[in-house]
Design a protein around this ligand. Structure first.
Ligand code: XMP
Length: 318
């Protein structure tokens, strides 16, 4: 694709020119935007790019391992993985309010990132995967979703960090970011991943969060996503995940009475994430997902499917 190749060449040249022989720091999340930004910058300046990947303990199953394999091994990028899960979990302990959880996670992320970036001596630039819709959304008139749920990954630079910003995707829409990503050689599956919220599983374990609930949710979510891929449905829905309710119900397993948590399977179709409908997934498929989750995940004995549209519901539950 001529236009994309041109864009990449032009941007790589601009990055080289701007950065010179300075160091750049980038917070890699594993999501599409930060990954494409990282690969693009890496193409321009190689090892002058220092990526920091913060494992909040609130990521999907094996997410940290996958990120290190894909970007560390495959692209040979310089990535420091920081395991901060205990910090996040202890800060969240006893907190059930969604907005409070979001604030705690957002703040903690900034602290950890700040500490780690100070270890990288002489870094002049901070790179971010900001894309055009983020630029629009963060310009004073915020959309209703920004008020209802505080987003923390836009404009989250603490004042005292004095870096120059490097935002090579600022002019691109999501579909263009994906095309650039594929053109740069990032595998299709990674480039077409569903969005994942900054606060992660911290807002998908409803109410109070602990390590055991996060583990249960990771297992259930992984089964749902695996089945979506297996049945060629993953890219037919816009966002899909499992939510863990703090509600226990009675069930029966063999001759045993069980009393365990309820999982909710959520899948939404949307163009802009401002409005959405629930995905009309086939009954047979839902049956497979439900049976697998109940049989394979210790701690869940009931699965419900969310049939709420946005509005008035939101895509996430918190
Ligand atoms: P809602 O639940 O508001 O979500 O319908 C709309 C989209 O935004 C994502 N989302 C977030 N993304 N930080 C993010 O980066 C956040 O705090 C956050 N909250 C919601 C959500 O996953 C969906 O794609």
């Amino acid at each position: 694709n001529w236009k994309l190749t041109n864009y990449i060449e032009k941007t790589v040249a601009e990055i080289k020119e701007k950065v010179g022989d300075q160091k750049v720091i980038l917070g890699l999340s594993g999501g599409v935007d930060s990954s494409v930004a990282a690969v693009l910058i890496h193409k321009a300046i190689g090892d002058q790019l220092n990526c920091i990947f913060v494992d909040t303990g609130l990521l999907r199953k094996n997410e940290g391992k996958k990120v290190m394999e894909n970007y560390g091994k495959h692209f040979k990028m310089n990535i420091k993985m920081v395991d901060a899960s205990e910090r996040f979990l202890s800060k969240l302990s006893g907190i059930g309010d969604p907005e409070e959880k979001r604030k705690i996670i957002g703040n903690e992320f900034v602290y950890v990132f700040d500490e780690e970036s100070k270890q990288i001596e002489g870094a002049k630039f901070l790179a971010q995967g900001t894309i055009y819709p983020d630029v629009i959304e963060s310009q004073s008139v915020k959309g209703p979703s920004a008020v209802i749920k505080s987003h923390h990954n836009v404009g989250g630079l603490p004042e005292e960090m004095d870096f120059q910003l490097l935002e090579p995707l600022r002019e691109l829409f999501k579909d263009e970011v994906r095309k650039v990503g594929e053109e740069l050689g990032i595998p299709h599956e990674l480039v077409y991943r569903h969005p994942f919220p900054g606060p992660g599983l911290g807002i998908r374990v409803l109410g109070e969060v602990d390590a055991e609930k996060v583990r249960i949710l990771q297992e259930a979510d992984d089964i749902f996503i695996e089945e979506l891929y297996k049945n060629d449905l993953y890219e037919k829905v816009s966002q899909a995940f499992v939510v863990l309710l703090p509600v226990k119900s009675v069930g029966v397993m063999g001759d045993e009475r069980t009393y365990e948590y309820t999982a909710v399977v959520r899948s939404a179709n949307t163009i802009d994430f401002m409005t959405a409908t629930w995905s009309r997934l086939p009954y047979e498929f839902l049956d497979t997902v439900s049976s697998r989750i109940i049989n394979e995940v210790r701690g869940i004995n009931r699965v419900a499917y969310d049939i709420s549209s946005k509005p008035p519901a939101t895509i996430e539950w918190e």
